[in-house]
Every structure is written in C-alpha cells, then in structure tokens.
Design a protein around this ligand. Structure first.
Ligand SMILES: [Zn+2]
Ligand SMILES: [Zn+2]
Length: 147
C-alpha cells in the first residue's frame, strides 16, 4: 500500500505532500547541489510531479547543469530551505531535498552521482550504484526506467 510522504521548510511557510512513495533516493555531489546544501552533497527524493502537491510560496533559481539541462531549484524565500528541483531532461519528475522530509527514515539512498566531485571529507557509501559524472545514459536513464 502506498503511504506517500510529506515535508516542510524550516519556517513552515512551505510544505508538501506526495501521494506516492519515493521512486528513488540519491546523493548528488555536483557543485550546484553542494552550494545549496550546507555540506558536500545534496540528497534527493524522486517521485512523479503529478503525485505531489505543494503549499506556500516558493522562489526558484534556474541554472544550466554541465549537460545543458536546466535545473530549477525551488526554495523557501523566507528561511532559504531547499525544497525541490526539477530537471529539463526528466519532465514529470520532481526531486525533493531529503533535508525537508518530515520523516527522514522513509528513504534508503540507492544511488550517487557526480561522485568524482565529492570532497575528501564527505561521507561516501561505496555500496551504492555510483556515477562519476551525471551524463545522459547514467542517472537519467536509471530514473527513466523506473517509470
Ligand atoms: Zn521557510
Ligand atoms: Zn547535483
């Protein structure tokens, strides 16, 4: 049975609900995720956009990734908490930041991308399916095949 999941920002102005369970959870060590995370990587919780509903006002920052795909990062303009991102290469998918989950224990990260960019001091799990970079045929393909 699907339980779904929920989350919110630090100040509580933004919250969300997903009616479906996470399809995948993954660590990303790219520069953009690192700079918006407060540590060496971001952890993303992937689900379908149409199963998610978001309450509250978000600000967005669109930035092209190395691949040329545009990643739109949505965050709370009041407290700055990252909430979710979307990727032009993966329409229909939404990537919530694990940091915003109400229950952190609902996920089990299974994949890591851009691991070549991880700082030496950040914790890495070598048992995960890992991609040195994030090129097409890597994570995009894995995520597309979840559908
Ligand atoms: Zn907030
Ligand atoms: Zn990233």
């Amino acid at each position: 049975m699907t339980k779904g999941f929920s989350g919110k920002c630090l100040c509580g102005a933004v919250s969300y609900q997903s009616t479906s369970d996470p399809m995948l959870s993954a660590h990303c060590y790219c520069v953009d995720c690192r700079k918006t995370s407060g540590t060496g990587h971001g952890t993303h919780v992937v689900t379908k956009q149409d199963s998610a509903s978001i309450t509250g006002q978000l600000a967005a920052y669109d930035h092209p990734a190395d691949s040329g795909n545009v990643v739109s990062r949505n965050f709370c303009p009041t407290c700055g908490s990252p909430i979710y991102s979307t990727n032009s290469a993966m329409p229909g998918m939404i990537f919530f930041r694990a940091s915003s989950l109400d229950d952190l224990e609902i996920i089990q990260p299974a994949m890591a991308v851009y691991t070549d960019r991880a700082p030496s001091w950040d914790i890495r799990d070598d048992k995960l399916t890992s991609f040195a970079e994030g090129a097409t045929g890597g994570p995009e393909k894995v995520i597309a095949e979840l559908d």
